[in-house]
Ligand binder design. Structure first.
Ligand code: KG4
Ligand code: ZN
Length: 350
């Protein structure tokens, strides 16, 4: 499917994407899997900050309040009505069950209205397809080439994947405990920074010394798996030691040293996997790929081209769902109205 040069071009297809897997209510219209005609995200981050993390029941209720306005606005900004759309792509999992149900049922309702085809999308696959997207008024960047070594780093997942073609993935390894984003969120809470932890830590590191604390790097040699719980515990011990001495926490140094340990392992293992598996290019996606240190470090160290989506497409959005859905759509894959949510769905071929 990647060799399209000699084939007749496919007809234009515009997909409405819907994403409600966690705490972002999002809708988007994307043309031919690449061109973003609209991309709306209603973040619930302020709502959950008081709980120090996502409160599932609050998240699903908020999705219900917001979803119709967001879908309507996504169509309006794309200068389209539902009748102009060729299919609806919706996140089916993994994610919070109550949140996924909202998006899936809205997608089903809209699909029944005017008999639109429905395509369920795996959220992790959607993060991969964020690298194919570009705004309608910008030049497309070159498409990633296969085999592509992808690192997906988000709040719930840290996975190394070999993408052999469109819709063909080989999961190489994943975190054995905390996801990288989860570690950012937990450490941020430990050292008294806000939620979400990633952006808070990134802000704090500017005045910090990344070598102030020698935090452990879990290399887990001979596997492509990750582990971040030991690092989190090491930060906790340091915080307890300093607090026990009644000294103020060196927040910036702790943040910078923690971030350096995470970035070293993510970059080191991704580059090694790319070499060992003979990848042509590298892709980094998911919320943590918004991290400046990670972006700079992998770009600087990689001998292969590295694709990292623009910041607005790193965290959860519906354009990536429409993008991923397009490749299922043109492959003739459809889902029926009995499609259910899959909260623990692993990275999958569909
Ligand atoms: O992909 P995403 O929006 O949602 C999930 O699918 O989980 O990722 C959210 C995660 C959060 O853990 C957040 O702290 C992290 O991405 N994150 C970052 C940054 N921006 C968001 N982590 C490190 N540095 C950032 N700049
Ligand atoms: Zn995500």
């Amino acid at each position: 499917m990647s060799e399209t040069g000699s084939q007749a071009p496919l007809p234009t297809a515009r997909l409405l994407g819907i994403e409600t897997s966690c705490d972002e209510t999002a809708a988007s219209v994307v043309e031919n899997g690449r061109i973003i005609l609209s991309n709306l995200v209603a973040s619930q981050v302020d709502l959950h900050a008081q709980y120090g993390g996502v409160f599932p029941e609050v998240a699903s209720r908020q999705h219900i309040r917001t979803i119709y306005a967001i879908v309507e606005q996504a169509l309006y900004q794309a200068h389209l009505t539902l009748k102009d759309v060729d299919a609806i792509a919706v996140t089916r999992g993994p994610g919070l069950p109550g949140s996924l149900v909202v998006g899936l049922n809205v997608a089903k309702g809209l699909s029944i209205c005017i008999c639109l085809p429905l395509v369920g999308v795996n959220h992790l696959v959607a993060h991969l397809y964020s690298a194919w997207l570009h705004a309608v008024d910008t030049q497309p960047t070159p498409e990633p080439r296969f085999p592509l070594l992808a690192l997906i780093v988000s709040g719930g997942h840290t996975e190394l994947v070999l993408m052999e073609d469109h819709l063909r993935y080989r999961r190489l390894g994943a975190t054995l405990d905390d996801a990288a984003g989860e570690a950012f969120d937990k450490v941020s809470r430990l050292i008294g920074l806000g939620y979400p932890g990633g952006p808070a830590i990134q802000k704090a590191v500017h005045t910090g010394n990344p070598k102030a604390f020698d935090f452990p790097r879990a290399w887990l040699e001979d596997t492509w798996d990750f582990s971040f719980s030991g690092l989190k515990t090491a930060v906790l011990r340091e915080v307890q030691k300093i607090s026990g001495r009644d000294q103020p926490l060196p927040v910036a140094d702790l943040a910078a040293s923690f971030q350096a340990a995470v970035v070293d392992v993510l970059v080191g293992k991704t580059l090694r996997a790319a070499t060992v598996l003979g990848a042509k290019e590298i892709l980094v996606a998911g919320g943590v790929s918004a991290n400046q240190a990670l972006r700079q470090s992998i770009q600087a160290q990689s001998k292969l081209p590295v694709h990292i989506p623009p910041l607005s497409l790193c965290t959860d959005n519906a354009a990536m769902v429409a993008g991923a859905g397009y490749y299922r759509f043109i492959a003739g894959q459809r889902d029926l109205l009995d499609m259910d949510v899959l909260p623990n769905w692993p990275l999958s071929e569909v």
